[in-house]
Write a protein that binds this ligand. Structure first.
Ligand SMILES: NC(=O)c1ccc[n+]([C@@H]2O[C@H](COP(=O)([O-])OP(=O)(O)OC[C@H]3O[C@@H](n4cnc5c(N)ncnc54)[C@H](O)[C@@H]3O)[C@@H](O)[C@H]2O)c1
Length: 401
């Protein structure tokens, strides 16, 4: 590349980068955009529990001809190379993209740590509309930037990217997972995401009712897309009574065609108000807010959606109401376990065995929460931080060569 830019960010400094067209970015001079206070943004993202340090490395990538503008954020590599998906999204501006990627990278560090993976946390965003801007050249240019990091960041699918995109990226880098099965990849990660959520739910039932069986339990699944509809399959097979809702009529019909006994409710409010034992948010984030927590009738919350708690403090409200919350990033880690397995050559049975450990980890989190008198969400953060710190520390042992 002749005119690339950017690179690692020096903490505390404004970062100047070349933008690739007059229409993009906030210009401060010919072809230049300034993103300020990157380190400050990174620190704002610090966990109140942990005081974990800010991000290790943030890399801006641009390729003018293909239109690529991407940011790769590595939160930490204490446990190994960072792994996290690439989000392709039409952000309003670079600040929004940067804020998102910093948050997402940190979340991956915690998720990978709790999942027991020898992987750190990273994430990437490509700024643009995937429907219009995605091309072979752009994805392959992006792949070359990933390769240039020498394995410090391994990518996978996220919103706006698919296994077929990973196949293209992988033509330029060995550090891409979530490829299609035809190319030796792990394919659709929602298979083990749903399986892991089911394991987390069994653990929650064990903690709350003394048995992991979900037979006869009423479960409300909000959102029956890739993850939700597979979760319904597991639940029906386990003998649970399932009610669902989805804004997509087609998604509802697909489930009802397979399982006519499943009831469809009109929307989230109806699931919240329903006489259910378990609420499983599997649509978008933020479904647990002051209002829904106050009205929720379920005794357990366990679902696949990311970022279910709308704001800090909701985890306490749930605990005060006696609702057992299975932390989202723990129970939905089956997907990352699936794609991580691809790194050494994919084996579905090995990956499934690893994802089944979500049952034990969820029980462990509930036990720590009880012992330490904190909500499970806080216990999950503490356990992830402990692993990053303790296992990360052993890397300081000198190997003698
Ligand atoms: N796919 C994975 O492997 C994976 C891994 C970890 C976390 N997640 C998270 O799980 C959630 C679902 O992911 P997915 O891959 O199944 O996505 P998806 O797009 O296939 O499914 C989401 C479903 O939710 C429905 N929906 C949207 N808004 C809704 C609303 N207000 N009420 C009810 N339904 C609504 C959509 O119509 C869709 O059917 C997301 O939060 C995602 O970030 C997914």
């Amino acid at each position: 590349m002749k005119d690339p830019l950017l690179s690692g960010i020096t903490a505390g400094h404004a970062v100047t980068l070349r933008v690739i067209s007059a229409a993009q970015g906030r210009r401060t001079g010919p072809g230049v955009t300034t993103v300020t206070d990157v380190f400050g943004l990174s620190q704002k993202d610090t966990s109140p529990v942990s005081g974990q340090a800010a991000h290790e490395q943030v890399v801006f990538c641009a390729d003018e001809r293909s239109g690529l503008r991407a940011i790769i954020a590595i939160h930490n590599t204490a446990l190994g190379p960072s792994l996290g998906g690439t989000r392709f999204y039409p952000y309003d501006n670079e600040q929004a993209a940067l804020a998102d990627v910093l948050n997402l990278a940190r979340a991956m560090a915690y998720k990978n740590a709790l999942a027991g993976l020898d992987l750190g946390g990273g994430k990437a965003v490509i700024i643009g509309d995937p429907a219009k801007d995605k091309s072979e050249a752009l994805l392959r240019a992006y792949g070359r930037f990933i390769e240039s990091l020498g394995g410090r960041y391994i990518t996978a699918c996220d919103v706006g990217t698919y296994s077929e995109d990973m196949d293209l990226i992988a033509r330029e880098t060995t550090y891409a997972t979530g490829r299609t099965p035809a190319n030796g990849g792990a394919g659709d990660s929602s298979i083990l995401t749903a399986f892991g959520v089911f394991q987390g739910m069994r653990a929650a039932a064990q903690h709350k009712y003394g048995t992991p069986s979900l037979k006869g339990r009423r479960v409300g699944v909000e959102g029956v897309g890739k993850v939700g509809h597979r979760l319904v399959d597991h639940l029906v097979e386990a003998g649970a009574e399932v009610v669902i809702c989805d804004v997509s009529e087609r998604a509802v019909e697909r489930v009802r065609a397979r399982h006519p006994q499943v009831d469809a409710l009109a929307g989230q409010q109806d699931i919240i108000a329903a006489d259910i034992d378990v609420y499983a948010p599997c649509a978008l984030g933020g479904s647990l807010d002051d209002d829904t927590v106050a009205k929720l009738r379920a005794g357990i919350v366990c679902g696949g959606a990311n970022n279910q708690l709308a704001h800090p403090g909701v985890e306490k409200q749930l605990a005060e109401r006696g609702v057992l919350y299975a932390p989202d990033y723990l129970v939905n880690s089956g997907g990352v376990i699936q794609v991580a397995d691809e790194i050494g050559g994919f084996d579905m049975e090995r990956a499934r065995a690893k994802a089944s450990q979500i049952f034990d980890t969820t029980l462990k989190i509930f036990a720590i929460a009880d012992e330490e008198g904190v909500p499970p969400a806080v216990a999950a953060d503490r356990l992830a931080e402990r692993r990053m710190s303790e296992v990360g520390r052993i890397r300081a042992i000198w190997l003698g060569h």
